[in-house]
Every structure is written in structure tokens, then in C-alpha cells.
Design a protein around this ligand. Structure first.
Ligand SMILES: *Cc1c(COP(=O)(O)O)cnc(C)c1O
Length: 374
């Protein structure tokens, strides 16, 4: 079945009894046992499993083409869970412009538990090879990356990870399964901040891991971490996320179409020093993106002429586009990225990150045009 159809139907069915077409929210924390002590409904306690979470996980597994999915209370909880499948003393290779939260998780939290990490430019396979150690057990990719829109070759990196007996995990938050399916390219695990495009309306924090078939040990560990670690999403959050999935393919395609137009406009503008968008032929990852993505996504970052002050001033003059962090919602958001990254700043000071919403692209271009005119 095609993705659009899976997005509407997986995890949903008409409810027996009421005939309700839209699923109910099951708030009950606990479920009745059979007289003989068994649980024929398969539900026991909502931290272990809940009908709304099961529905969401079923849909997410189908969209990514995975065997099983696990939903978490945030993207960071999902990142913590996949890293916690490793052991103390294991080594992970990550991109040097990894989402800052994941970087701090590895350095500040898991580093104290003995996790070792190297941050390299994963566009360069030679750098990745040089970073491999005997204890390397995971490659954690992010493509396109946050915020510089670096594109890495999932197929090549998954093959290299497997040669080294390491798992290949891909943070697919920015591309979504609509544009890129890492498991089909050889990756083992997909990670999402469902807060972003999957949620799509800036009203729910969530995360997920989707695992390919045949990884029983990792799947079992994640199940334990989800249940015993306890960072599970609420039934209402799961319901909101499932509600968002049917429109995901339409939203992401519209956002990608608009982003390409806006990137082309910015690329021609004299006030702009550089545009980072994989849909532009000048982007270093354009050819890989053409191979592994169906379109180039709704995220653009660009460097303005000048420094932090000029970038902030342009953001301040925007009227339609809101200054806020996060991405993937129906409304366009812009952010001066360096000022939210904390103590390790990887973004150039003149960089603005733009999450293209569902407004008409001409209105967004007009807003940018007036903000760039000095
Ligand atoms: C937002 C984000 C995260 C973290 O997710 P939260 O839902 O905020 O915890 C991880 N990776 C990427 C690429 C993100 O954009």
C-alpha cells in the first residue's frame, strides 16, 4: 500500500460497540484481569502499554517500513532510549553538527555513565572510518542535519557501520518517512522527535524509535527501557499524534514545494551570503539528496550579510513569520540558531533557520523581502 493510504488507515479501525470512526482516548491507567488471573485484552497497566499508544506505534512502524515502533514522551527520551541500549564503555560516532540536545545528552548525561563518543563530519567517509574504534557500537546519523542541512549517504554509512559491527541509527525528524525511509536504505533504527513534522501543529511533545525486522536483542532492550525507564507519552498525546498522521504526506509535500521556491528566492537576494537547502544544485549534498530523498523538505537555513546583529534585525522585521524555536508546524517559524545552542555553538552567528509552514509561499516571500530591504 502507498504511504498516503497507510497514513490514513494504519492504527485505526471503527470501534466495536459504538461504531465510532475516530478512536476514543483510553485514560484508564489499569485494566481488569480475567478470573483466572490472565490478561486476555493484552493490557495490564498504561506505562507498559495503552491502546492509544499501540495505535500510534502500529502506524509509525508502517510509515517507516519497520517491524516495531516505540513511542516516547519526547524526542530526547527516544534518543536516551536508543543510546541506553549500549553498554558502559561502548563508543558512538555522531555528526559534528548533531542536534544540540543529543550532543549534550551524550556529553553531559551518558558520558558520566561511561559512553564514549566522537563527533565527526559524516559527509566524509574517510573521517568516519578514522573514528571507528574496536568498541564502536553505533553510528547516529542526522540527515539533513540541524541546522546546516548537511546531507550524508545513509546507504554507505549503514554498510560501514555493519562492517564494524555497529548499529546504524538515523534521526529522521527533518525528512520524515514521506521524503526518506532510512530502513529501506539499510539503517537499523529510525529516531523521531514527533514534536516536529509528525505532530505538525506545535501542540505535542513526543518521540519515537522504529526498528527494522530481525533486531530482537535491541528491540527487547528498547521495550524494557520504555517500560521500566518510564518516559512514556500520555494517551492524549498519542491520540493527537495519530490524528496528525493522515495529513503528514500532504503537509510535508506542500512545505517542500514552498521551501524550494523560498530557497531559490533567498539564493538570488543580494542581502543573503549563503543558503543551505539540499534542493539547490549548489548544495554539497544535492546529488545524495536526489538519490535518497523524494523531495528536499521544509527546512532552510541561510546566512545573511553581516553578523548576529544583522541576522537578529532581519528576524525582528518579519511580520508573518514567527520568531520561535522548533519546526515542522503549520505556521512558519524562524530562529537565530546560535543563540539557543548553549555553550557549544556550531551555527554561524549570521545564520537563521527557517521552518516553512503551510502559508502561501508568495506571502512568505513577500514577508522575507520586506524584512531584507534596508
Ligand atoms: C527537536 C529535535 C530533537 C529533540 O526532540 P524533542 O521532542 O524536543 O525532545 C531531536 N532531534 C532533532 C533533529 C530535532 O529537531
Amino acid at each position: 500500500m502507498n504511504l498516503e493510504t497507510l497514513a490514513v488507515h494504519t492504527g485505526r479501525s471503527v470501534e466495536p460497540g459504538s461504531g465510532a470512526v475516530t478512536p476514543s482516548i483510553t485514560l484508564s491507567t489499569t485494566f481488569e484481569r480475567d478470573p483466572d488471573g490472565s490478561f486476555s485484552s493484552s493490557y495490564i497497566y498504561s506505562r507498559i502499554a495503552n491502546p492509544n499508544r499501540t495505535a500510534l506505534e502500529t502506524a509509525l512502524a508502517a510509515l517507516e517500513g519497520g517491524d516495531q515502533a516505540f513511542a516516547f514522551a519526547s524526542g530526547m527520551a527516544a534518543a536516551s532510549a536508543i543510546l541506553q541500549t549500549l553498554q558502559s564503555g561502548d563508543h558512538v560516532i555522531m555528526p559534528d553538527d548533531q542536534y544540540h540536545g543529543t550532543r549534550y545528552l551524550v556529553i553531559d548525561v551518558l558520558g558520566r555513565w561511561g559512553l564514549q563518543a566522537d563527533f565527526v563530519d559524516m559527509r566524509d567517509l574517510a573521517q568516519v572510518k578514522a573514528a571507528i574504534r574496536p568498541n564502536t557500537r553505533m553510528f547516529l546519523l542526522e540527515t539533513p542535519s540541524n541546522p546546516r542541512m548537511n546531507v550524508v549517504d545513509i546507504q554507505a554509512l549503514a554498510a560501514l557501520a555493519h562492517q564494524s559491527n555497529a548499529l546504524c541509527v538515523v534521526d529522521n525528524t527533518w525528512a520524515t518517512p514521506v521524503l526518506q525511509q532510512p530502513l529501506a536504505l539499510g539503517a537499523d533504527v529510525v529516531m523521531h522527535s514527533t514534536t516536529k513534522y509528525l505532530g505538525g501543529h506545535s501542540d505535542v511533545i513526543g518521540g519515537a524509535l522504529i526498528i527494522r525486522q530481525g533486531l530482537e536483542e535491541t528491540t527487547g532492550r528498547i521495550k524494557t527501557i520504555q517500560n521500566i525507564g518510564g518516559a512514556v507519552p500520555s494517551p492524549f498525546d498519542c491520540w493527537l499524534l495519530l490524528r496528525s498522521l493522515p495529513t503528514l504526506p500532504l503537509r510535508v509535500r506542500a512545505q517542500s514545494d514552498s521551501a524550494l521556491k523560498i530557497a531559490q528566492f533567498l539564493d538570488r537576494h543580494p542581502q543573503i551570503e549563503q543558503v543551505h537547502y539540499p534542493g539547490l544544485p549548489s548544495h554539497a549534498g544535492h546529488n545524495i539528496a536526489c538519490r535518497q530523498m523524494r523531495a528536499f523538505g521544509g527546512m532552510i537555513s541561510f546566512q545573511v550579510r553581516g553578523g548576529q546583529q544583522e541576522a537578529m534585525a532581519i528576524a525582528a522585521r518579519l511580520k508573518l513569520i514567527t520568531r520561535a524555536t522548533s519546526l515542522g508546524g503549520v505556521e512558519s517559524l524562524i530562529e537565530h540558531r546560535a543563540s539557543i545552542e548553549g555553550r557549544i555553538v556550531v551555527s554561524p552567528l549570521n545564520l537563521l533557520r527557517f521552518s516553512v509552514g503551510l502559508e502561501h509561499p508568495d506571502d512568505l516571500i513577500a514577508d522575507l523581502d520586506q524584512a531584507l530591504a534596508v
